[in-house]
Design a binder for this molecule. Structure first.
Ligand code: CP
Ligand code: NVA
Length: 330
């Protein structure tokens, strides 16, 4: 049966079937080709979308803005703190107001329940641009990048190192389970994903002939990996006071040359970005001064190596977000 997701929200990958994800990936490839070949695609002329950010962003915001404009749409950006939402107006009321003016709403913020509530009241598609629990638009970019590099998804071996219970750890585990990719979370057990989500991912993985593995052992975790992925050690919304304990917990899970050598020789390095791979950021410099480390989740050597595909992932955010907007609105 033909896939049709018109009118749907895009809140987490758990809500989507492998066939629907495949459809979005194929559509992303078509949009990427059109963009690369200069073929205009203003299919959504005269429509409007709003981007509601309660946390900062470079990639997600820019991807939505460029994708929206390429599709011919008007785009409004509301930055953290400049809307009435939460402070003077409830989420339900905000959703009903925005839903009367816009054809779609992107939301980045804290608890997943907020984006779910927006979706319940908006009456137009709502797209999750990152919550504390999930980052579903990033998943399509990562899957597209994997497929571009290896020519397939099913059967690949994917290792995520670091904070495996944050939005990226949770989302990647589900994305792999849906698409038949063997997933390993390599992390201290304090930072393993919630058991309930692991159980759900394992049920999905079984249907798609792949496995979900959690390990504290770096040698075991990275052995035979096709892709090694990491993310920052302290996520947006977490207090600065956790840096010390987080560095202690995660320093042996840093992705460095030694770790990459344990993976397949064809392995790629992935990161959603932004990344602390040197001291050329305010936080990077502060951490170096306070804790004496100049690189965190990944070394500069691996980040800048030929194995690194991080900027392909960043570009693919735009093509895949365009597919999500188009498919849910058309
Ligand atoms: N990967 C990602 O979501 O980046 P931004 O925080 O810059 O949007
Ligand atoms: N885990 C990170 C992802 C950033 C794209 C954060 O939430 O800050």
């Amino acid at each position: 049966m033909a896939v049709n997701i018109r009118g749907r929200n895009y809140l987490k990958l758990l809500d989507y079937t492998p066939e629907e994800i495949r459809y979005l990936l194929d559509l992303s490839k078509q949009f990427k080709n059109m963009k690369r070949n200069g073929v205009p695609h203003k299919y959504l002329d005269n429509r409007n979308i709003v981007l509601l950010f309660e946390k900062t962003s470079t990639r997600t915001r820019c991807a939505f803005e460029v994708a929206g404009r390429d599709l011919g749409m008007g785009v409004t950006y509301l930055d953290p703190g400049s809307s009435q939402m939460g402070k003077k107006e409830s989420i339900a009321d905000t959703a009903r107001v925005l839903g009367r003016m816009y054809d779609g709403i992107e939301y980045r913020g804290y608890d997943q329940s907020v984006v779910e509530e927006l979706a319940e009241y908006a009456g137009v598609p709502v797209w999750n641009g990152l919550t504390d629990q999930f980052h579903p638009t990033q998943m399509l970019a990562d899957l597209l990048t994997l497929e571009e590099k290896f020519g397939c998804l099913k059967g690949l071996r994917f290792t995520y190192m670091g904070d495996a219970r944050n939005n990226m750890g949770n989302s990647l585990m589900v994305a792999c389970a849906k698409m038949g990719i063997h997933f390993t979370a390599c992390a201290p057990k304090e930072l393993f994903p919630a058991q309930e989500l692991v159980d759900e991912a394992r049920r999905i993985a079984e249907e798609n002939e792949c496995t979900i593995r959690l390990t504290e052992d770096v040698d075991q975790g990275v052995k035979d990996a096709d892709a090694v992925y990491t993310d920052i050690w302290v996520s947006m919304g977490e207090p600065d006071s956790v840096w010390g304990t987080r560095i202690e917990l995660l320093r042996r899970y840093q992705v460095n040359e030694e770790v990459m050598k344990k993976a397949r020789h064809t392995a790629i390095f992935m990161h959603c970005l932004p990344s602390f791979h040197d001291t050329r950021t305010t936080i990077g410099a502060e951490i170096a001064e306070k804790f004496g480390i100049t690189e965190m989740e990944v070394t500069d050597e691996v980040f800048e190596s030929r194995q690194s595909v991080v900027f392909d992932q960043a570009e693919n955010r735009m093509h895949t977000i365009k597919a999500v907007i188009y498919a849910t609105l058309c």
